[in-house]
Write a protein that binds this ligand. Structure first.
Ligand code: URP
Ligand code: ZN
Ligand code: ZN
Ligand code: ZN
Length: 457
């Protein structure tokens, strides 16, 4: 059985051309002109662009956090993802204190079991580094997991110290594993938060004011220094500000194996959004916090000049009511995190490509090709080339859409992008050659998404 997508314009990170794509056995078997003459199924993509399915390497589905659990599971999160043109993601599997890494992974596999609509991998968040866990790191690649994550913030819960970071970086390097860091100085933040609360400063804006950009830049620089000493690969997640970006750029100029990611919301919102009336600012509470307009400009520049390699979502959804409401009288109790898995591709395409920051090829690089390359999926996902999985998004550059929670598919009761007009929308998505979304209709069943056994880095 073969499928040919005909009459479309194929976009990769390195070029754009009119070509047909033939799919056999779930993989791309040919790309070229005139392929539609011999196919069992033909999909006409006239006037459309064919992009590699979006890959979101930073999500938190069904994750316990701050006394609650993120409200999207592997069904609702995947439904939102696929409607927005994302066909794979890597979720953060959290090691509960005292647990082995294997048991944490078993828990995460169970969360996805029977629900998944898109393909998914796991990064492993290490919260409790015992000697056994240290030894276990080397076994992760055999379980398909080739990235670990450490938190330098969230004191008293997720935060690790520099000893743990250094030891993990070394073990990860030896095992062909990428280390990810949430880089903020959690010790200083904890003091600033307590002082603010003592002064009676309780509104959402104090979330941003107690996590200043210097503390992100400091932690970013510290993580880079530790990684450089060890020549270990390091990926800085959700980078938000000019100062932290400077640390990444300097390291890259020295030849260090350091990469940076930013997330959609840092490109669109500022800390002023935390002051929205009626506690709506709580919808924008995430860590690191939203910054200033000048940081947004720096991030766009970083995405253009490749000092930032990826735009992910940090999709960490909580409902406004009741979940965010818990912090009504104390910003430090507002669950940290924002939704975005459905919005990323359209919003970044709108502001990035239509807004003139970069072209469609760079958009593909940032949303699919680089995420795949950095996380052990090169040759399988993230590009349109012979031998790759046929994960294809049919993108209509002309289609207008207004983003709204009314039409979004996740379990949150809001989207940050409410009312945003975009031109350019995914109208169809295929995963491993199967149509999974067609003009907003889901065409696949829960359980069809597969676990991504990723290669070493
Ligand atoms: O506020 C955020 N980003 N919550 C999710 C966990 C994390 O820090 O990535
Ligand atoms: Zn074009
Ligand atoms: Zn984080
Ligand atoms: Zn996150």
């Amino acid at each position: 059985m073969s499928t040919v997508i005909t009459n479309g314009t194929v976009v990769t990170a390195s070029g754009t051309s009119r070509a047909d794509i033939r799919i056999e056995g779930g993989k791309i078997s040919a790309i070229g002109l005139g392929l539609a003459t011999e196919a069992d199924t033909i999909i006409d993509a006239a006037g459309r662009h064919l992009l590699p399915g979006g890959i979101d390497v930073h999500t938190h589905l069904s994750m316990p956090s701050m006394g609650t659990v993120t409200c999207d599971d592997f069904y609702t999160g995947h439904l939102a993802a696929v409607m927005g043109g994302t066909t794979s993601h890597i979720d953060f599997c959290l090691q509960p204190k005292g647990s082995s890494l294997k048991s944490a992974l078993d828990t995460w596999h169970a969360k996805a079991e029977g629900k998944a609509l898109i393909d998914y991998g796991f990064h492993l968040i290490i919260t409790d580094l015992t000697e056994e866990v240290l030894e276990e790191i080397a076994t992760l690649p055999s379980l398909g997991v080739t990235s670990i994550k450490l938190f330098m913030a969230y004191k008293g819960s997720l935060q690790i110290n520099d000893t743990t970071l250094f030891r993990c970086l070394e073990r990860a390097r030896d095992a062909g594993i990428m280390t990810l860091v949430h880089a903020e100085n959690g010790d200083a933040i904890e003091l600033l938060v307590q002082e603010a609360l003592e002064r009676g400063q309780r509104a959402p804006i104090y979330h941003a004011l107690t996590r200043p950009p210097q503390l992100e830049a400091e932690a970013t620089g510290r993580a880079i220094a530790l990684a450089e000493v060890l020549d270990a690969p390091l990926y800085v997640v959700h980078l938000t500000c000019e100062q932290a970006l400077g640390r990444v750029r300097e390291a890259q100029a020295r030849g260090a194996r350091v990469w940076g990611e930013t997330c959609t919301h840092y490109l669109f919102f500022t800390k002023d959004d935390l002051e929205r009336a009626d506690f709506e600012g709580a919808k924008f509470v995430c860590s690191p916090p939203l910054r200033e307009v000048q940081d947004q400009a720096a991030l766009w520049a970083g995405l253009r000049d490749n000092s930032l390699s990826v735009v992910s979502t940090d999709h960490c959804p909580f409902t406004f009511d009741p979940q965010k409401m818990v912090g009504r009288d104390d910003f430090s109790l507002i669950p940290n995190g924002v939704p975005g898995i459905e919005d990323r591709m359209m919003a970044v395409h709108q502001a990035g490509v239509n807004g003139g920051h970069f072209d469609l090829e760079r958009f593909v690089a940032l949303t699919a090709t680089n995420p795949a390359r950095l996380f052990g999926l090169e040759g399988v996902k993230g590009s349109l080339a012979v031998g790759y999985d046929a994960d294809i998004v049919v993108w209509d550059l002309q289609q207008a859409h207004t983003i709204s929670n009314e039409t979004n598919h996740g379990a949150t009761d809001y989207t940050l992008y409410e009312g945003m007009n975009v031109t350019g929308k995914p109208v169809m998505a295929l995963i491993r050659g199967e149509v999974v979304m067609d003009h907003g209709q889901l065409e696949t069943a829960p359980g069809s998404g597969q676990f991504l056994h990723r290669a070493q880095v």
